[in-house]
Ligand binder design. Structure first.
Ligand code: ATP
Ligand code: MG
Length: 388
């Protein structure tokens, strides 16, 4: 397809109406574009901020036709859109990222095969596609491990820890007998991620990697910069992320998550074909956010290396914060949080808080990383979150 610049005033489409779609829409609107969102849920975060909400399933033919007619280009905030819908859009409208790149990100087995082909190390693993694979005694070398469904996993969902071969067979059945990846459980020294954007012309720009802290399989906090990230690790992670974007001929924003092991080696975990939770701090800490870059890559505007002007710590605000010790609904103490300097509170407009549900995030910016950490720690105390 041609590489035409799509001028402000045009309409852009986004598949998925969650918080990532909402923040994309806000960035696109700021840059002068109209946004159409395709999303089945009437009250979804992005539907609240866009003028046009196509309320339908992601593979609804009429809705896809309407989106392709209305929008000059389409992106996504959610990778688990049916492949057929992405392929159709790719053929009928400027889609970024392209369908084949998203297809790789939809499937942990394909993702690991790509990492391996590109020489990017990943966790020792095996694809468990059938009962026989699940019962194969050779899988013992990967135990203790984590069995992850190859498709549709997020926020630690679709994952089971397994210690023995018997547990492996049991877990595979419990996950519905679908294709899974069994990964060796690695001892992680730390986690980090690289968010980059690649344009249609092949130019890549990236943010400095952030260090990520997970609790219960869900991102709890991101630190930019991370206190434990050394220069050599950062360089290796950036090089690997660039190689992946290049290898996929990727267009758009891509995030690659990495582990650092006890011996200092770097292992790619997974990737996301869109802005990522660990990059939310860029809204407040950088001169261009990851959503600004998503808009630029989509419309064919120049990609300029983003500059981080403030140190930042981002905390995720999960649904449990909306319940008191007795399980009664309450509003978190925003007054206490907003009294802290450098606080940027982002709430996604979700109506129903549920434990583990991402309701918003809170970024603390400061001149120095230590200062941002200290502020975030005070916010943890005010909100009743365990300190990091
Ligand atoms: P998300 O979509 O939120 O990134 P996910 O459900 O796709 O998460 P993963 O990224 O695969 O899940 O895993 C979530 C977290 O679980 C990781 O960030 C890491 O903390 C831990 N984890 C995953 N795989 C391994 C492993 N092989 N060894 C040790 N820890 C792991
Ligand atoms: Mg992950």
């Amino acid at each position: 397809m041609t590489i035409d610049y799509i001028a402000p005033g045009s309409s852009l489409g986004v598949l998925g109406g969650g918080q990532l779609g909402r923040m994309f829409a806000q960035a696109a609107q700021e840059a002068g574009y109209q946004v159409h969102v395709l999303e089945p849920d009437a009250h979804a975060p992005a539907a609240q901020v866009t003028a046009t909400h196509l309320r339908a399933a992601y593979d609804d033919t009429d809705a896809l036709h309407a989106l392709a007619r209305a929008a000059a280009a389409v992106t996504l905030e959610f990778e688990n859109v049916p492949a057929s819908a992405l392929e159709w859009l790719d053929a009928h409208v400027q889609l970024a990222p392209h369908a084949p790149a998203v297809a790789v990100c939809q499937d942990r087995a394909a993702e690991k095969a790509l990492f391996t082909r590109l020489g990017v190390p990943c966790a020792p693993h095996a694809v468990i596609a059938c009962e026989q694979d699940a019962r194969d005694p050779r899988q013992a070398s990967l135990l203790p491990g984590i069995l992850k469904t190859a498709r549709m996993g997020y926020d630690g969902k679709g994952q089971v820890g397994v210690r023995t071969l018997a547990e492996l067979a049991e877990a595979w059945n419990a996950l519905g007998g679908v294709t899974c990846v069994l990964e060796q459980r690695l001892v992680l020294r730390l986690e980090l991620s690289v968010v980059l954007a690649r344009g249609r012309d092949g130019r890549i720009v990236h943010y400095p990697p952030q260090q990520n802290l997970h609790r219960g399989g869900i991102l709890f906090a991101s630190f930019a910069p991370g206190a434990e990230l050394d220069e050599a690790t950062v360089c290796r992670a950036i090089d690997a992320a660039h190689a992946i974007a290049q290898g996929l001929e990727y267009v758009g924003v891509l995030c690659v998550e990495f582990f650092v092991l006890g011996d200092g080696s770097l292992v790619a975990n997974e990737m996301a074909p869109r802005p990522h939770n660990s990059g939310h701090h860029t809204i407040d800490s950088c001169d261009q956010s990851q959503f600004d870059l998503q808009v630029r890559a989509l419309v064919g505007a120049p990609l300029i290396e983003p500059r981080q002007h403030s140190a930042a710590v981002m905390l995720n605000l999960l649904g449990e914060l909306w319940f008191d010790a007795g399980g009664r609904l309450r509003e978190p103490d925003w007054q206490a949080v907003l009294a802290l300097p450098g606080a940027h509170l982002h709430l996604y407009g979700k109506r129903e808080p549920r434990p583990g549900r991402k309701m918003g995030h809170l970024t603390f910016t400061a001149q120095q990383a230590d200062e941002a950490r200290a502020r975030a720690l005070r916010a943890c105390a005010a909100l009743g979150l365990a300190p990091f």
